[in-house]
Design a protein around this ligand. Structure first.
Ligand SMILES: Cc1cc2nc3c(=O)[nH]c(=O)nc-3n(C[C@H](O)[C@H](O)[C@H](O)COP(=O)(O)O)c2cc1C
Length: 278
């Protein structure tokens, strides 16, 4: 879940109604969200990118944290995974799940060595046969080099790692004077691609404006970002231009099933532990 969604409490109620067991968040959600989920017996596991955020959410009573380093996909922080897992696991008592740049059993063992309890993967699971992302979109990820991604604030005001597409390049290049008209025009023309109405766009935008300091240019873009991401990733309209990814995409070359992937990771982790004499 994203913590800044205008309807986040409605989504929380849906999780409770459907008896979902674990809720995870792209950013630290408010204390009220955590409390409501906890009272309903749902485990909470926010993703954090800095030690102080881990300490803050631990004080709110979360059950675990996902410590995602800067190489990870989607919204991401500035601290590399190897530094972050060690720092966070020394600072909190709850389980720390490492994320950002993992794809195999060697990485799993490395995360355990750094003090983590396990790993979470995004990009690696996206590139499996079981993932419902259209095949031609998966191919764009397979073709991406390790230096073909960028962390940009141009999408919604928060640093987000994405594939460097034409849209992202245009937004990055725009100067502050032309950025707002460009972003506004983008948002309006892309409404057709995403099938979003103007009131929906405004509602999304105003919720985001309340939650963070955005310029009007960022706001225009940000309001449309979730729909653009959906158009790119779910509907397969890659021209919509927002393809969140981890840097690990640059070294992933095949599309296994999830079952094959997990068996492989377990075997690699055991081999690695044996090689290290553990
Ligand atoms: C396409 C994509 C969409 C993502 N969307 C979300 C999201 O909505 N909420 C969230 O908490 N994390 C999201 N993430 C982050 C992943 O949950 C995970 O933490 C991250 O991908 C780990 O880094 P990795 O890609 O190197 O494995 C997304 C990642 C990708 C690649």
């Amino acid at each position: 879940m994203r913590a800044d969604q205008s309807d986040v409490m409605k989504r929380v109620q849906l999780l409770i109604r459907e008896k979902i067991t674990v809720a995870s968040f792209a950013q630290a959600p408010g204390e009220r969200v955590i409390k409501t989920l906890k009272d309903a017996g749902i485990l909470t596991m926010p993703t954090i990118g800095a030690r102080r955020h881990a300490e803050k959410v631990q004080a709110w009573g979360v059950d675990a944290v996902i410590a995602q380093g800067q190489e990870g996909g989607g919204h991401t922080g500035q601290i590399p995974t190897s530094i972050l897992i060690a720092d966070v696991s020394a600072a909190v008592d709850i389980p720390v799940v490492g994320a950002g740049g993992f794809r195999d059993g060697r990485g799993l063992v490395a995360a355990l060595a750094l003090g983590g309890e396990g790993i979470a993967m995004g990009t690696r699971f996206l590139l499996t046969q079981d993932s419902q992302v259209p095949d031609h979109v998966k191919q764009v990820y397979l073709d991406t080099k390790a230096n073909g991604t960028i962390v940009t604030k141009a999408v919604d005001g928060h640093p987000q790692r994405v594939i460097r597409t034409f849209l992202i390049d245009q937004l990055e290049k725009a100067n502050p004077l032309t950025r707002f008209p460009r972003a506004a025009l983008n948002a309006l023309s892309l409404m057709k691609v995403t099938g979003t109405s103007l009131p929906e766009l405004l509602e999304e935008g105003m919720a985001m404006k309340q939650n963070q300091e955005l310029t009007w240019a960022q706001l225009a873009m940000a309001a449309n970002a979730p729909m653009l991401t959906k158009a790119s990733m779910v509907d397969g309209r890659v021209e919509a231009g927002i393809l969140p990814t981890g840097q690990i995409a640059g070294v992933i070359e095949e599309i296994p099933t999830v079952a094959e992937l997990l068996q492989r990771i377990i075997a690699e982790a055991e081999e690695t532990l044996e090689r290290l004499g553990a």
